[in-house]
Design a protein around this ligand. Structure first.
Ligand SMILES: [Zn+2]
Length: 146
């Protein structure tokens, strides 16, 4: 689905297009941060993420979703087999009561992996959610902290 977007920079309205994967999540926000342009998320995961977004009834800011192998090697100890490489994971910037509610809602929607980063500045705190299974080479269900 393609939708028009309008952004305002210093009084100028700039029109553009964004590719929406689901109603609330665009390929831009799911894209690998290395610059490779890869935004190819797992379809089932995106349906679950959209369901979580609707039940939360608030915007969910994604800080990391797709990671190509190369990028994951750089930023994660999970290397070539990390949850983000499987395209079934998202890190959501959220803290406090909302973070706890996200974990509850995510579990209801079939999330099998929860990583919790809740130290330091609230603006940088996040919750990782994924839908991996033992078949992906990761023990699930599980929870961890960073
Ligand atoms: Zn990449």
């Amino acid at each position: 689905m393609w939708v028009g977007t309008r952004r305002q920079f210093n009084g100028l309205i700039i029109g553009g297009i964004a590719m929406m994967i689901t109603k609330n999540f665009s390929s831009n926000e799911m894209m690998c941060h290395c610059g490779c342009g890869d935004a190819d998320m797992d379809e089932d995961f995106m349906k679950q993420l959209q369901g979580i977004r609707e039940e939360m009834n608030r915007p969910l800011k994604i800080s990391s979703a797709v990671r190509c192998e190369k990028h994951n090697m750089k930023v994660s100890s999970t290397g070539k087999n990390g949850p983000h490489v499987h395209r079934k994971a998202a890190d959501i910037v959220i803290s406090g009561a909302d973070a706890l509610r996200l974990i509850d809602v995510a579990r209801k929607h079939g999330i099998s992996g929860v990583g919790i980063s809740q130290r330091g500045e609230h603006a940088k705190r996040f919750v990782h959610i994924d839908t991996l299974s033992g078949d992906d080479g990761h023990p699930r269900p599980t929870v961890w902290t960073y």
